[in-house]
Design a protein around this ligand. Structure first.
Ligand SMILES: [Zn+2]
Length: 617
């Protein structure tokens, strides 16, 4: 127990420094006494991270990651670019990266990754600078074939207009964001990236992370058409692939505008740099500018290696495992056993279906941390369940938890914004309470016909919302569990988090709109664990050591190729003003780029620019 707790704290500390400089000494000294003895209920998770403990994992993680990526690469053959002689002129370099861009477009044309855009409109706050005034959320599948297109998980949209409008939004009666626009910048130009349409000018050399790049400015030739890329690209100097694009599109059609965007690619498979993160931002808060549109948005792409089921694309293949009878003298299941097997079947179906839809990360590093926290709650409360509680990470940004059977699911966005382990324990305790109280939802999903729907239909076909009475009972039980746990002395932090959430909730409706589970807040009012909401000190922006909630993207990083999630490791960055706190906010991406197989991070962390520029790892 003691060992696993030490590991946990190390990992959490390493990861939480992305946005927060903790008050000195508060973390280690507040370490709760390790619950002894009852270690039998421990799931088999504690051994694995031990080797990584002192200096958080580097090399040890790269091997499995690259192996699985290689295996995936074999499943769907990916043509390897031919070796090229080293270019001797910049003109040759331009030819090479134009050719490589066409190679990337071709390789990805059969892929339909998941694409998520989360956008915050901004307004000026005298103390905090630009803060969110409202938000928008888009989630869909990106068809990277002939014309880049997307299908939406959330609702049917009008086609046509958005297909014509690249990377921008319409301004008719009100501003209408085009979800497609945010994902357009996966390429500089899908159809005409060549010397007939563009001028290329070498600017300089620059390192991005571990990768040496040649930087080029690109301008469309006169009269080359609408919506052409204008900006800068970074080209790595071994395979001559574009690894970053930064700019906009010109000229804009009437009544429409194009965003400015910063688009990053990762070397997730040999020979290719895959579009992964796009940051967009518009707005000007300088004196004299009349209040016009301002926003910032993060677009994430993942699920490149999701299986695409040929002609029957609409129906996902279901693999039905036979249930083996493990009892010594094979007997028929008692009614209670049958009920449990039935529930487990439903749980397994849902977990598998959500994973195939690109919404759940495969079991991995983050789950070990989550399970350790759940285990801390279980052991100290003498909870002994017939089956161990499992955890999985929902890959999306909205703040959400739910449980199905004995599996607790927590969204990436929620793990990101939680300030500490106690707050993580608090949100997990609510779902653990549902499990302990037997509030089992979803047994209807043991019928396999209920798993037969298109990926885009996931939110219409699955749901795990409890009735209000069960929600209240779970909150009450959760607080009992917390008060009897190693986190009992740190519930002030949970109270602070809930206060910070309440302050921002009215402006963050999209972030708080859940798609599968019960929301943490409704109508701008936080209702989860409300008994803890008054606990702890008052929220005070001026107190720089008071970190109530973190920005999005600071904790969990997802490998866009295989969807594996792991904790971000970044060096601490000192907070120097209240504006640095940015609770629940979108920030630019600044992944530390590394070449495939070099181990320095298969999935470099999307962190804030500030975090990256000072990190020394
Ligand atoms: Zn609940």
């Amino acid at each position: 127990m003691r060992t696993s707790k030490a590991i946990l704290t190390a990992v959490l500390l390493a990861s939480m420094s992305a946005a927060a400089q903790q008050a000195a000494g508060s973390q280690p000294s507040a370490q709760p006494p390790a619950p002894d003895a009852t270690q039998t209920a421990q799931p088999s998770q504690q051994a694995a991270p031990a080797t990584e403990q002192p200096a958080p994992a580097q090399a040890s993680q790269s091997a499995p990651a690259s192996q699985s990526a290689a295996a995936a690469a074999q499943a769907v053959p990916i043509p390897q670019p031919a070796a090229v002689p080293a270019p001797t002129t910049m003109d040759q370099v331009v030819n090479l990266f134009i050719e490589r861009e066409h190679g990337l477009i071709k390789m990805l044309s059969a892929r339909t990754p998941v694409v998520e855009t989360y956008l915050q409109n901004l307004t000026a706050d005298p103390q905090l600078g630009p803060v969110p005034s409202e938000d928008h959320y888009f989630l869909g599948r990106l068809d990277m074939g002939e014309t880049v297109d997307r299908k939406d998980y959330l609702k049917e949209e009008e086609k046509g207009m958005q297909a014509r409008l690249l990377g921008g939004f319409h301004k008719l009666y009100k501003v209408q964001y085009q979800p497609m626009g945010f994902s357009w910048m996966v390429y500089a130009d899908r159809t005409d990236f060549d010397r007939e349409h563009y001028d290329f000018r070498y600017a300089r050399r620059e390192f991005l992370g571990d990768v040496r790049c040649l930087v080029f400015d690109i301008t469309p030739k006169p009269k080359s058409g609408r919506g052409r890329f204008l900006g800068r690209v970074w080209v790595e100097d071994q395979g001559y692939n574009i690894v970053r694009l930064n700019g906009t599109y010109v000229p804009a059609p009437r009544n429409s505008y194009f965003f400015h965007m910063d688009s990053w690619r990762l070397n997730l498979i040999p020979g290719y740099w895959v579009p992964s993160f796009i940051y967009s931002e518009e707005g000007d808060f300088s004196a004299g500018v009349k209040n016009k549109l301002a926003f910032k948005a993060q677009t994430r792409i993942w699920g490149y290696d999701l299986k695409k089921g040929g002609k029957d694309d609409e129906l996902t293949q279901i693999r039905v495992d036979s249930v083996t009878d493990e009892s010594a003298n094979a007997q028929d299941a008692s009614p209670l056993q049958a009920e449990r097997v039935w529930q487990q079947q439903a749980e397994d179906n849902v977990v598998e279906r959500l994973t195939n839809a690109g919404l759940l990360a495969p079991e991995g590093d983050v789950d070990r941390i989550l399970q350790t926290v759940v285990n801390n709650l279980e052991v100290t409360n003498n909870i002994d369940l017939p089956r161990p509680v499992r955890t999985r990470v929902l890959l999306t940004s909205p703040l959400e938890t739910f449980s199905v059977g004995n599996t607790i699911v927590i969204s990436r966005g929620l793990v990101d914004v939680l300030p500490d382990e106690a707050s993580l324990a608090a949100v997990l305790s609510h779902e653990l309470a549902h499990i302990v109280l037997g509030h089992n939802l979803g047994s209807k999903y043991a019928f396999n016909d209920r798993m037969l729907f298109s990926d885009e239909g996931t939110y219409q076909n699955l749901g795990f919302k409890h009735i209000p009475e069960e929600e209240q009972a779970a909150d009450k039980k959760a607080i009992d569990l917390l008060k009897n746990s190693p986190y009992a002395q740190k519930l002030d932090n949970v109270g602070l988090f809930l206060k910070a959430l309440q302050v921002r909730a009215p402006q963050l409706n999209a972030l708080l709109t859940t798609h599968l589970g019960n929301p943490l807040a409704e109508g701008g009012t936080v209702n989860r664990l409300s008994a803890l909401a008054t606990q702890g000190p008052a929220l005070d922006n001026a107190k720089l050591d008071q970190i109530a909630a973190l920005p999005l993207g600071g904790r969990v990083k997802v490998n866009p190729w295989d969807d594996k999630a792991e904790m971000v490791k970044t060096a601490p960055v000192a907070i120097t003003s209240a504006r640095d706190k940015m609770p629940f906010e979108v920030t630019p991406f600044f992944p530390r780029l590394a070449r495939f197989g070099t181990g320095a991070g298969q999935t470099p962390a999307p962190t804030t620019a500030a975090a990256n520029s000072t990190s020394g790892n």
